[in-house]
Design a binder for this molecule. Structure first.
Ligand SMILES: Nc1ncnc2c1ncn2[C@@H]1O[C@H](COP(=O)(O)OP(=O)(O)O)[C@@H](O)[C@H]1O
Ligand SMILES: [Mg+2]
Length: 254
């Protein structure tokens, strides 16, 4: 059985793409055939992992212009990792989601069903916001995991997200799980970070994970590499970051 996870909070810059890409890599490096569907019209994840502009992208698949198998590409540097890409140029996914998607809320679900026989793990990277495309992707998932940064605004954002998700689940009769939070760019030395972690834990509703602040993520993205395989002057991710990624990989796919 395959499992589909969306990493989502409607806020930008909390690490959705970084965490989606990194955890998809970790899964693939562990030998699982893993697909990332880049549902963000800006295509950050695609430009991170792919070297050239592909012939087809997600919006072509959604509009029936090609088969899904024509659009999926292997990530050149990571065995078992595959990308169904989006490229921001031209804004075709954005146009599609603003015009045609309202009549087809289950397009992403249908797409996931189509590919779930070929991939044991599927990751959806979404853009900030809770528009039609994001909603369609959220109800196509088995689980939603929320990344947030250790700031008060993120806690506010989480509350709004929980509310909106409840409505969406009810309207769409969805049973998608939402029981894990990742506090990203966490620094144990900063009191506010520790406080935010405590608040998130004290809700009792979530298992709360932490990913340390680690400059190697951005450097690996700039170099178009998997963070786990990338080094700058002999140095890779911090040991605590590696440990956090391993722990998440062990737990989230169950
Ligand atoms: N744990 C981290 N430590 C340091 N920088 C990070 C970390 N996670 C993400 N970043 C950086 O923060 C920025 C925003 O992350 P991104 O994944 O693009 O967020 P989102 O997809 O939610 O908009 C990027 O430049 C990324 O490299
Ligand atoms: Mg992103």
């Amino acid at each position: 059985m395959s499992k589909t996870i969306a990493f989502h909070l409607q806020k930008g810059g909390v690490g959705k793409t970084t965490i989606s890409g990194t955890l998809a890599c970790q899964s693939a490096l562990g030998g699982e055939k893993t697909l990332v569907i880049d549902c963000d019209p800006q295509g950050n994840l695609s430009s991170w992992f792919l070297k050239s502009t592909p012939r087809f992208e997600l919006s072509d698949v959604l509009q029936g212009r090609c088969f899904v198998s024509d659009a999926i590409l292997p990530a050149p540097d990571v065995d078992n990792l595959f990308i169904l890409p989006t490229f921001g140029i031209g804004g075709t996914l954005k146009n599609y989601s603003e015009t045609k998607l309202s009549e087809e809320p289950f397009v992403i679900q249908d797409l996931v069903n189509d590919v779930s026989g070929d991939y044991s793990r599927i990751v959806l990277d979404l853009s900030p916001g809770l528009g039609r495309l994001e909603r369609s992707a959220l109800i196509a998932s088995d689980e939603i995991i929320t990344p947030m940064t250790p700031e008060v605004f993120s806690l506010d954002g989480l509350e709004i997200f929980i509310d909106e998700l409840q409505k969406l689940k009810k309207n769409m009769r969805s049973a998608v799980r939402h029981s894990r939070i990742i506090i990203n760019s966490y620094d144990e030395r900063i009191r506010q970070h520790r406080d935010i972690y405590k608040v998130a834990e004290s809700t009792g509703r979530f298992t709360v994970y932490r990913i340390p602040v680690d400059p190697l993520f951005r450097k690996a993205q700039e170099a178009g590499k998997a963070p786990q395989l990338f080094k700058v002057r002999g140095r890779g991710l911090k040991p605590a970051t590696v440990e956090a990624i391993r722990e998440l990989d062990k737990e989230i796919w169950i």
